[in-house]
Every structure is written in structure tokens, then in C-alpha cells.
Design a protein around this ligand. Sequence first.
Ligand SMILES: O=C(O)COP(=O)(O)O
Ligand SMILES: [Mg+2]
Length: 220
Amino acid sequence: MKPAVIFDLDGTLIDSAPDIHASANRAFAPLGQSFSRAEVQGFVGRGAPNLISRLAQSRGLPGTGAAFDDLLARFLEIYEQSHGLTALYPGVLTALDDLARTGARLGVCTNKPIGPTRAVLGHFRLGCFAAVVGGDSLPVKKPDPAPLLHALDLLGGGPMIFVGDSEVDAETAQAARVPFLLFTEGYRKTPVEALTHQAAFADFADLPGLVAGISATAAP
Ligand SMILES: O=C(O)COP(=O)(O)O
Ligand SMILES: [Mg+2]
């Protein structure tokens, strides 16, 4: 059986931090707060509620409760329609095409809520993913392995490779006991050597070869 290749989204397939940053600043503007790109990017990867809560708390605002819920809803409403500053990383489309041509089954497992996830995949016409699992698709998020294993189930099971950019993704792959390919140009804060991974890559042109290498090793 050909492997399922399941991708993280933010910092892996798309450089979305500029839109997340701009949307966060618009959501916080009525509260008189704004953030640098680095502050916002540092909190991407554990889902939108965590991002907005951490940003609020960094300015002494509550990270839970009714006012926080309004703030999060405002952010999500703004962000779901904001794609103009987001870009696919170079070589992503070609790599996805190449993988699909070899028969690989493709999926996405992100902590971004499913609404904005589907919106951004639609914006970039990324229709190649037969399974898309968001941060609110299940009661738990990555690094719990359940969302990743759920994406695999939706693809029909079998061997899997997870591709991601962050500490959370490395932990998720370990918890699910699956090979992890680390994209080094995303939003990771930890040195590459400190993250458990099968291989690391900075250029999507290298991805199909890495997937083929792992599949060959795993073959019975
Ligand atoms: O934190 C998020 O909203 C999503 O991040 P991810 O796509 O890297 O999982
Ligand atoms: Mg990521």
C-alpha cells in the first residue's frame, strides 16, 4: 500500500504568519493593543484559541471568559477572509503533484480551526487532500496523536509519513509512532537537532525523494 503523506499547514505548506499577524492586530485594535510579527508567529502552532489567549495574557488581558470569547470570534471572522498576505512555500505544488502521481494518499492535519483551514486550501485551489483535519475537528489537538491518526483513518489506514515544521508536529509524530519529516523553513523555535525527526528538508523539491526513501525502507 502506498504511504499516506499527511501535512501540517501553517509554516509547512503555507507561510500564513503575515495574515495571522495582520488579523490579530485588527482584532486587538479596539483594545488598543498591537503585536510584532515575531510575537504572533511565536504562538502559532497550538491553535487559534491558544494564540489569542497567549497574546491577550502578554498584555495583561484575560485569556478566558466572555470578553476573550468575543475577541477570539472577532479574530476568526477577520482571519477566515484574509489570504492576501499568505503564500505557498516554493515548490509545494510541484511536490504535491509528484507525490500524487506516485500514488501517495495526501492529507492535512493542522491545529488551525477547520473553517479557516478549508478557506485557505480553497483559496490556493489545493483540492488534492482526501482528508483534512483541523484543530477543532476532534475534542483534542496536536500534539495528541488522535487528529493525525484520524486523518490516516480517513485516508484508509496503512503506512503514514507526517510532514511538519514545529515542536508540536515532532511530538505528535512521536506520540503516533510514525516517521516525521521536518520542514526547516517554518515557525520552529527549537534547533533542528533537538527535534526527533527522520529527515529534515529546506526545499520541497527534496520531499518526494525523502518520502520514496522512507517507503522503500518500510516495505516488507
Ligand atoms: O496554530 C495554528 O492555528 C495552526 O498551526 P499548524 O497548521 O502549524 O498546526
Ligand atoms: Mg505548523
